[in-house]
Design a protein around this ligand. Structure first.
Ligand SMILES: Cc1cc2nc3c(=O)[nH]c(=O)nc-3n(C[C@H](O)[C@H](O)[C@H](O)COP(=O)(O)OP(=O)(O)OC[C@H]3O[C@@H](n4cnc5c(N)ncnc54)[C@H](O)[C@@H]3O)c2cc1C
Length: 450
């Protein structure tokens, strides 16, 4: 039975020994109760959830995928049940503000837990993140909007997709055409089409609070004429209950090469009702809180996929026997030695491991900077953190995804022809116990790798 093993010792090593996190949090009163024992227990439980609940979702996600029926999106078998357990367990609330029902814990926890969830099943994990939309609303919206939408987003009952891309514009958002027309009651009427919207709709949430970029009438051309709007799937009444169905519709789900369990939607807004977030024409600035969290999520995804590819490749290299070691038989009792004895296979595995451990440390460092930026009581430190985040967040995303891709390729190479067989392809997302960091590697691995 395939499994995924959460790298808890690595997280502990990075959080405590590499980043000296608890000393850095010393000037943050909110984190006064955060210590090693507390963090270990949360990460252990999150690891158990990723291994036992999330990881088994891979098969249904890959084979069955999402489907659309009468305009509603349905996720693969098991997603709904595990999502409910995830929400009931309070995992969406961990590092959110207590003012809106969050637990106010460090974001570095999300840094580790996000990676575990993505390693266990990336398609499922990306539905469970709402921190980007929460950050954008919290930092830019009026108090009325925050009170109306944030508690349910923090609770996990509502989803919060990011709706920027359009069929003719991806990197160049200045080209976007979705229109917003102001109404006498202060709301806007939104019309246009977005594409590639992750979780644009799904059966995992009772409402979807879409953050949509659009252009108001008479707005300047290009990036300076874009505003940000909340467009809920169901309008929300003043008492917080769900009201009328808004004119938002899923046009289709993309047929992607992988990640079939994640619904990547074409979204149509047909005179839908929307509400301005932040100032008119300052949408890109407002959206940046979300974009930066999304960049971080994608960085975690690069590391997570590299990590799970490494786990599988290392295990396979210990089991698969082909040819003899250059220095003489290492397994004389068998017809051949395990492939881990071959220098080039070791090169592939060690490259993967070096990348995984390094990028994991970089991601957690960035998560710690988010914490310090948000809560440090030292203004000079806050300024430093902002500068470091401006520099490192895009680097983190670019480096982790490019190297993550490379590492998954290395994993395929270790599997040889078996890496291209379907059964192996999905089962290689799932592994049995895996080598720990170098000095803590199990005996068998150390024997071959040293
Ligand atoms: C699985 C998936 C999920 C997604 N989820 C979301 C989502 O939730 N919300 C959302 O709004 N969008 C989402 N996107 C869209 C994503 O943000 C865009 O794909 C991305 O912005 C690139 O846009 P594009 O695909 O139109 O490529 P284009 O912008 O057309 O670019 C094509 C190529 O040209 C390169 N290029 C473009 N401009 C330059 C330049 N100046 N210099 C060098 N190279 C350049 C690009 O890097 C790319 O390689 C998702 C996409 C995918 C595939």
């Amino acid at each position: 039975m395939p499994t995924y093993q959460a790298p808890l010792e690595d997280y502990k090593f990075i959080i405590e020994d590499v980043l000296d996190t608890y000393s850095c949090y010393a000037d943050i009163p909110q984190f006064s109760g955060v210590n090693s024992e507390f963090m270990d227990s949360i990460l252990a439980e999150a690891g158990r959830f990723a291994e036992q609940e999330i990881q088994p979702l891979n098969q249904a996600g890959d084979l069955e995928g999402c489907r659309i029926e009468n305009g509603e999106v349905f996720t693969p078998k098991g997603y709904k049940e595990v999502s409910k357990k995830y929400i009931d367990g309070g995992w969406t609330q961990l590092s959110e503000s207590p003012q809106y029902g969050g637990q106010g814990l460090p974001y570095i926890l999300n840094g580790a837990i996000g990676e575990m969830n993505l390693s266990a099943c990336a398609a499922f994990a990306i539905y469970s993140t709402r921190d980007g939309s929460i950050a954008a609303i919290e930092k830019n919206a009026s108090q009325e909007i925050k009170d109306k939408y944030l508690p349910k987003l923090v609770e996990g009952a509502w989803g919060g997709p990011m709706c920027m891309s359009e069929p003719h514009c991806g990197s160049d958002l200045g080209l976007l055409r979705t229109k917003a027309i102001a109404q006498s009651d202060g709301s806007f009427v939104i019309s246009g089409t977005k594409m590639f919207i992750t979780g644009g709709d799904s059966d995992l949430s009772e409402n979807n609070i879409m953050l949509v970029l659009a252009r108001t009438e008479g707005a300047p051309q290009g990036i300076k004429g874009i505003s940000l709007f909340i467009v809920p799937k169901f309008l929300v009444n003043d008492d917080g209950s769900l009201g009328q169905r808004n004119n938002t519709h899923v046009g289709s789900i993309e047929h992607k090469m992988g990640l079939h369990g994640s619904a990547t939607c074409v979204m149509n807004y047909d005179q839908a009702k929307g509400f301005l977030i932040g100032k008119e024409n300052k949408g890109m600035t407002a959206m940046f809180a979300m974009v930066n969290r999304s960049r971080f999520l994608i960085a975690q995804q690069g590391t997570a996929l590299a990590a799970v590819a490494y786990q599988n490749a290392a295990k396979y290299a210990l089991e698969r026997t082909q040819m003899r070691a250059l220095t003489g038989a290492k397994n004389p009792e068998q017809a051949a030695d395990p492939i881990i004895v071959h220098p080039d296979v070791r090169r592939l595995l060690l490259t993967q491991r070096a990348f995984v451990e390094g990028s994991r440390a970089l991601n957690l460092y960035v998560a710690k900077l988010f914490d310090e930026l948000e809560y440090s009581t030292n203004p000079t430190r806050k300024k430093q953190c902002q500068s470091l985040l401006d520099l490192l967040t895009p680097i983190c995303k670019g480096f982790s995804t490019e190297m993550g891709w490379e590492c998954v390729n290395h994993g395929l190479q270790v599997f040889g022809g078996h890496g291209y067989i379907r059964k192996m392809a999905w089962s290689n997302l799932c592994v049995t116990p895996v080598p720990r960091p170098f000095m803590k590697a199990p005996q068998a691995f150390r024997r071959w790798i040293c």
